[in-house]
Design a protein around this ligand. Structure first.
Ligand code: GTP
Ligand code: SPV
Ligand code: MN
Length: 599
């Protein structure tokens, strides 16, 4: 392929001079190019061939042991003004970042091949799609990019003669966290990443372009880039609704996006439009429209089985890259939560001998599959519609063992934005650091919002004002536990019961609800629990709103909001004050009673 775009060529020359590769390859996205890359990866050990008769086109990649997840503390937003990045981002001055990283890039590709990968985020026919070019010295990154994005000619055609593309520079460096940086320059529409080969750190179209830079652009241009799945649902009455859901990393987006209606809910149908990222715009009709900019799934492997996610299991039987799973003697992968019992012997994710007696897990907790969207049995026929799909309801969900009910509804858009802004979740293995620690994660975007989050909430409020028929906003929580520490809710396919209530509420409040201090919680009879073996006590616990627990939550919200200073919108502060008042009123009668009886 001859590169036509002068701006790309100029930038490639510049990077070539800095990184001094042995060879430059312009990727065209062809089958021949893929075959060649795979052959080379098999020769170097970057890929291991899996059992081709059972899993045609499937390969295993083992990453460096210290390069298995996003590293948020090494991720920076480099705006001219520190305040523009906000307290939600690590900040470095652009000049300093360029100087520091140029030092690491200098000669970094010596003796290696530099790949130039033009890619398109969004469908080819959409005026909302964005072009990026990733320069990388990782073949694994190229192979993943060709699944996750539309690479080669299609991107160049979309770009034409324009120089309006995101410059994404990536080098593996020496893979040491000591010399790892993921820097975003929103003002220059540029990403510089060095020192990691892992997903979100290295596939720069995903979190770096489609969320951090896109959120910045969306603020300027009047749209939203969100960490959301997009799901189409058809009710037995034949009505189709589209729902988005923001959940923090490894908290259930892929699974909800591929939901299979339970047998006890006949007539329901579900289709996947997207599983990780949604670009949202107000349409001329006053509704909010959602588009999936990606073309594949980079999904969490552990916990994936025919019981939990049959659609995913089916799609990963061919043409899939597995990263950091265990390998069985017959050349098939295995992981914790697989349908098959633990193998008597295997190689763990680092290639070390493993048996069920081993102290460590066989697969890494953040092991992943990369698979093209077209392989998903539940993929929606509308997943590449240029204008996206119109949204009826939005969910904000997280991992919360305590306090947060199974589902509740906001009173209106502003209150819904507040529910998103107060989202918090127990941390997962998708990012390095401790797992299971409760942290604030507004809109599931704490690691991905490319600018000051106070301004971001303001932008959400502004978008709402442009919507004649805004989606209804809900909070959900599949992860509440009972006194025995076990999950109260079966989750997965059974989550459709919650979605049914959500759609009935969105569609003219047809399902019953109790007005509580935090929002509208389902009445027990309004939830369709037929065919589900759930005790009355469990249902009560799932729906319980405990004012004392909420009083604690409100306090920690206040400290968090204060950190945004003058960037915190008045309306969010008002919602907070009103919640504090309602919770206060709900707590005090019990307190007074307590005091009365004590005297
Ligand atoms: P990212 O790709 O990191 O953004 O994650 P995600 O939000 O797409 O999470 P995913 O659906 O991959 O789920 C992560 C983990 O949570 C997997 O181990 C799932 O099996 C588990 N999980 C997903 N949905 C449910 C649920 O409804 N209940 C329970 N108990 N676990 C779930
Ligand atoms: C996440 O961490 O939210 C992911 C995986 O979806 S990554 O591509 O690494 O961001
Ligand atoms: Mn994600």
């Amino acid at each position: 392929m001859r590169l036509q775009n002068a701006a790309i060529q100029k930038w490639v020359d510049e990077i070539q001079r800095m990184t001094t590769p042995a060879k430059v390859v312009f990727c065209d996205g062809s089958q021949g190019e893929k075959d060649q890359l795979i052959r080379e990866c098999l020769a170097t050990g970057e890929l291991i061939e899996l059992n081709q008769s059972k899993l045609p086109g499937c390969y295993l990649h083992r990453s460096a042991p210290h390069d298995v997840a996003r590293t948020e503390h090494l991720t920076f937003v480099c705006t001219e003004e520190k305040d523009d990045a906000g307290p939600n981002n690590n900040w470095m001055a652009p000049d300093e970042a360029r100087r520091k990283l140029a030092g690491l890039y200098k000669g970094a590709m010596k003796g290696r091949t530099m790949y130039v990968v033009p890619f398109l985020m969004g469908p080819p026919a959409s005026r909302f799609s964005k072009v990026g070019v990733e320069i990388t010295d990782s073949k694994y990154v190229v192979l993943n990019m060709r699944i996750m994005t539309r690479i080669g000619q299609v991107a160049l055609e979309h770009l034409g003669d324009s120089d309006d593309f995101t410059r994404c520079l990536h080098s593996l460096g020496d893979l040491s966290p000591e010399r790892r940086f993921i820097c975003h320059f929103p003002e220059a529409n540029t990403v510089w990443s060095v020192g990691s080969g892992y997903g979100g750190n290295a596939l720069l179209g995903k979190k770096c372009l489609a969320l951090r830079l896109a959120s910045w652009l969306g603020k300027k241009e009047g749209w939203l880039a969100e960490h959301m799945l997009i799901l189409a649902l058809r009710s037995p009455e034949g009505k189709t609704h589209y729902v988005t859901g923001a959940f923090p990393s490894a908290c259930g987006k892929t699974n909800l996006a591929m939901i299979v209606p339970p047998a006890s809910m006949p007539g329901w149908q579900a289709w996947t439009v997207g599983d990780d990222i949604a670009w949202l715009r107000p349409g001329a009709d006053g509704r909010l429209w959602a588009l999936n900019p990606e073309s594949g799934f980079f999904g969490v492997v552990p916990g994936t089985s025919c019981k939990t996610n049959p659609n995913a299991m089916e799609m990963i039987q061919k043409d899939t890259i597995y990263t950091n799973v265990a390998l069985r003697p017959d050349g098939t992968p295995w992981w914790e939560g697989h349908d098959d019992p633990p193998p008597e012997s295997a190689l763990d994710w680092q290639g070390r001998p493993w048996t069920p007696k081993s102290a460590e897990k066989a697969a890494h907790a953040n092991s992943r599959f990369t698979t093209h969207a077209s392989q998903c049995p539940s993929i929606s026929p509308e997943w590449e519609k240029p204008e996206g799909v119109p949204i009826s309801a939005m969910l904000f969900g997280a991992r919360r063992q305590r306090t947060v009910p199974l589902v509740f509804q906001s009173r209106n858009w502003q209150h819904g934005v507040f529910l998103g802004a107060t989202l918090s979740s127990e941390t997962t293995a998708a990012a390095t650091g401790k797992v299971g620690v409760l942290r604030r994660d507004p809109m599931a975007m704490l690691p991905f919002c490319g600018y000051n989050m106070g301004d971001y909430w303001g932008h959400w409020l502004k978008i709402g004002q442009q919507l004649k028929s805004p989606p209804k906003i809900f909070r959900v929580n599949w992860f509440r536990t009972g006194d025995n520490g076990k999950l109260l809710w079966p989750g997965y396919g059974e989550n459709l019961r919650v979605l049914k209530w959500v759609l009935e509420r969105s569609d003219g409040a047809r399902a019953g609800a109790t007005d509580t201090p935090i929002g509208d919680v389902p009445t027990r009879s309004s939830l369709d629990l037929r065919g589900l073996d759930l005790s009355d006590a469990a249902v009560s616990q799932l729906l319980r709103v405990d004012p004392d627990e909420w009083a604690e939550a409100v306090e920690s919200q206040e400290t968090f909001f204060d950190s945004f200073g003058s960037h915190l919108p008045r309306a969010i502060r008002d919602e907070h004050d009103q919640l504090a008042r309602r919770i206060g009123e709900a707590v005090s009668p019990a307190d007074l009673r307590g005091r009365d009886s004590g005297t």
